[in-house]
Design a protein around this ligand. Structure first.
Ligand code: FES
Length: 183
């Protein structure tokens, strides 16, 4: 009996230790996924410095109460991107970034980025989005929208419409209408 109790205690401790280690890793992963880049907030704008951004790591900033995803693309991602995907890229010193409001266009959940497959999954009802946040699987009806932005050196000013944003608007790729991810 006491041997059983001891074995149970030992198992409990082992499980506790594994759970604790797992928890630390999970927290580490979560912190990384939600680490913001250096940013400054002022009167309706958020200025994000992209100079320390790592490729294929999703950063989330807050702008006017909404999550904004910032994803620096790898060279391979840029090479394999379709014209519509590329047209949504914010290009800073030759580096390509996705900048979009991180809310699912179905019912507003926050999708997760999956670095292994370089796409987004919304766990609420299974919608998927490609590397440029263009919807690829129902029930999302539209791409995740690109907020007004302006480029200033290595910085992105969210909330101000610069020439690059106006160009995307004229091209109709901001996310207010459906886009073919392959075209
Ligand atoms: S809210 Fe994202 S799939 Fe429904």
């Amino acid at each position: 009996m006491s041997e059983n109790v001891n074995r149970r205690d030992a198992m409990g401790m082992a499980f506790g230790a594994v759970a604790a280690v797992g928890g630390v890793f999970a927290l580490g992963g979560m912190k990384r996924a939600w680490d913001p880049l250096p940013s400054v907030k002022a009167a309706g704008t958020t200025t994000v410095d992209t100079s320390t951004a790592e490729a294929n790591v999703m950063y989330t900033e807050k702008w006017r109460g909404k999550p904004v995803f910032i994803l620096k693309k790898t060279k391979e991602m840029v090479e394999k991107a379709s014209p519509n995907e590329k047209a949504r890229d914010v290009v800073i010193n030759g580096e390509h970034f996705l900048v979009c409001i991180g809310l699912c266009t179905h019912l507003g959940c926050i999708p997760s980025y999956r670095p292994a497959t370089e796409d987004f999954l919304c766990a609420c009802h299974g919608a998927q989005y490609d590397q440029s946040a263009i919807n690829t699987k129902a029930p999302a009806p539209l791409p995740m929208p690109i907020p007004p932005f302006k480029i200033d050196g290595t910085k992105i000013i969210l909330g101000q419409a610069g020439p690059e944003y106006e160009k995307m608007k004229a091209a109709g790729v901001l996310g207010s209408k459906p886009l073919d991810p392959k075209a």
